[in-house]
Design a binder for this molecule. Structure first.
Ligand code: RB5
Length: 152
C-alpha cells in the first residue's frame, strides 16, 4: 500500500520507527518530514500528507505529533479526509470498520513504539465493514463538508 507519513518535532522519532516497520511489511512510504527537534507547526506536515491521500498519490496517511491531537484536528479540515486519533488496538480496528478512516493520527508522548506498530498494522489491515448504517453516517459527514464548501 502507498502510505504518506508526516510528523512534527514531537513526533518524528516515532515516525522514524514506523517508516522502516511498514517498509518491512512491504508498504511504500512517502515521508514528508520533519526529521529533527527544531520546533515546527503540525499543520505544515498534515497538509501535504492529506493532499497526497485526497489526490490519490497515497491510499492512506499517518500523522504523528506529541499528542496526535493537533495533527488530527488539522487533518480533518481537509475535504475528503477522515482522520482518527488512535492510541489503542480496539479503536484502530473500529475506526476502519465503522468510519472508513483514511488518515491515522498518533501521539509520540502517549504511546510507545510497540503499541504504535500494532496500531498501524491493525489499522492498515482492517477493511471498512460496508454496513449500510456506517456508510449512511459517513455520507452525512461528507454532506456537511460539501455544503460548507459550497457556502465558502
Ligand atoms: C508540540 O509541543 C505539541 O503541542 C504538538 O506536537 C501536538 O501535541 C499538538 O497537538
Amino acid at each position: 500500500m502507498k502510505i504518506a507519513i508526516g510528523a512534527d518535532h514531537a513526533g518524528y522519532r516515532l515516525k522514524d520507527v514506523i517508516v522502516p516497520y511498514l517498509q518491512s511489511l512491504g508498504h511504500e512510504l512517502m515521508d514528508v518530514g520533519c526529521d529533527c527537534d527544531v520546533s515546527v507547526d503540525y499543520s505544515d506536515y498534515s497538509i501535504p500528507v492529506c493532499e497526497k491521500v485526497v489526490n490519490g498519490e497515497a491510499e492512506r496517511g499517518i500523522l504523528i505529533c506529541g499528542t496526535g491531537i493537533g495533527m488530527s484536528i488539522a487533518a480533518n479540515k481537509t475535504r475528503g479526509i477522515r482522520c482518527a486519533l488512535v492510541h489503542d488496538m480496539f479503536t484502530a480496528k473500529a475506526t476502519r470498520e465503522h468510519n472508513d478512516t483514511n488518515v491515522l493520527a498518533m501521539g509520540e508522548r502517549i504511546i510507545g513504539p510497540g503499541v504504535a506498530q500494532e496500531i498501524v498494522r491493525i489499522w492498515l489491515e482492517t477493511p471498512f465493514s460496508h454496513a449500510e448504517r456506517h456508510q449512511n453516517r459517513i455520507n452525512k459527514v461528507m454532506a456537511i463538508e460539501a455544503s460548507q464548501a459550497s457556502q465558502a
